[in-house]
Write a protein that binds this ligand. Structure first.
Ligand code: ADP
Ligand code: TRP
Length: 337
């Protein structure tokens, strides 16, 4: 059973099992999951089916799932408070996915930014799963009638698609089964954690990640290598993107006094990027090293992981089945069996 209070909103989110979690995943998504656990009915999962759209290799498949599971738990997801499960263990999602595909249109799917992006990145593998990625994601969300979906900024368009499909289903089948899910972040805006290679976001496939599982030496090396320039020559100069990115990260991991200090140094042209980077590396380590230690412990505790997933799957399937029953009735299914 989900938590008993009927008034509590339902929260659902997931991350694909495509590699270790990085600071973007943590600050864009996971940290919100952790904060939401006490006040909402929470379900968090590992999107292993979604990972097949880009990572179809059987040898890495299970270890990829296990990695995210251990990193979820090490970061503070609590199986006593949230249902933690693997997408492919809940087959009801796939039934809803098929039904939602019937009211999703090729044109709107082809216009999705993430689809266009993937077509560019993997021209030799433009599979139908990539095209219908937002439909599967909508099924993940709608099967639990989730109200809030904590995600980073890059997922906004997918959330919009989930809302469109919820509305379209309700209207087409003349029912009120699905609420419209909203993207959620505890700050005001959704966050984009930048990479330290000059431009763009930190991402698993961008090769610019600072990972929760990195040790101190690796983190320091990655930060010290960050792209910078020769520094401002006039007071209050505009910041180039690579420097803005360093400050964005600093604002995320450091306290206000530190951030203010380095802004002042920048604005009066006394900044030494080496000092800024050293401070940044230290403050990242302060946040991530305790998590790394727990990852190493949890990853090898198969019995614990099994217990967590069993409990989470039971809760998720109960919730999914109850939605699917209403959905199938609305679509017109009547069983002969
Ligand atoms: P990646 O983009 O590294 O492959 P995922 O697509 O699996 O990661 O993203 C999982 C979650 O982490 C999503 O909610 C996504 O919005 C968030 N996320 C990923 N990268 C960033 C980033 N650089 N900044 C903020 N949030 C991010
Ligand atoms: N598309 C999301 C990502 O790349 C992962 C995801 C799949 C997801 N299904 C979801 C996120 C449902 C939130 C809710 O990050």
């Amino acid at each position: 059973m989900l938590k008993s209070s009927k008034d509590m909103e339902i929260v659902l989110s997931g991350i694909r099992s495509t590699g270790n979690l990085h600071l973007g995943n943590y600050y864009g998504a996971l940290r919100n999951y952790i904060k939401m656990q006490d006040s909402y009915n929470c379900l968090f999962f590992i999107a292993d089916l979604h990972s097949l759209t880009t990572h179809p290799h059987p040898n890495d498949f299970h270890s990829g799932v296990k990695t995210i599971l251990a990193e979820y738990l090490a970061s503070g997801l609590d199986p006593e408070k949230s249902a933690i499960f693997i997408q492919s263990d809940v087959p009801e999602i796939l039934e809803l996915y098929v039904l939602l595909n019937m009211i999703s249109y090729k044109g709107e799917l082809e216009r999705t930014t993430s689809f266009k992006d993937k077509v560019r990145k993997q021209p030799d593998n433009v599979n139908a799963g990539l095209l219908t990625y937002p439909v599967l994601m909508a099924a993940d969300i709608l099967i639990h009638r989730a109200n809030l979906v904590p995600v980073g900024k890059d997922q906004e368009q997918h959330l919009e698609m989930a809302r469109v499909l919820a509305r379209r289903f309700n209207s087409f089948y003349n029912c009120e089964i699905f609420p419209e899910p909203k993207a959620f972040n505890f700050g005001d805006d959704l966050i984009k954690v930048p990479g330290l290679d000059g431009s763009g976001k930190m991402g698993k496939s961008e090769g610019n990640g600072i990972y929760l599982s990195d040790d101190e030496k690796t983190i320091t090396k990655k930060v010290m290598r960050a792209v910078t320039d020769s520094g401002p020559t006039e007071p209050n100069s505009p910041m180039p993107e690579s420097i803005q990115n360093l400050f964005t990260l600093l604002k995320i991991v450091s306290d206000k006094t530190t951030v203010d200090y380095f802004y002042e140094c920048y604005n009066n042209c006394s900044i030494r990027y080496g000092d800024l980077k050293k401070q940044l590396a230290q403050d990242i380590c302060k946040q991530t090293l305790p998590i790394k230690e727990r990852i190493d412990e949890i990853y090898n505790n198969d019995e614990y992981l099994k217990r967590v997933v069993k409990r989470g799957t039971d809760i998720a399937r109960e919730s999914a089945l109850s939605t699917l029953k209403e959905v199938k009735s609305a679509v017109g299914f009547r069983s002969f069996l």
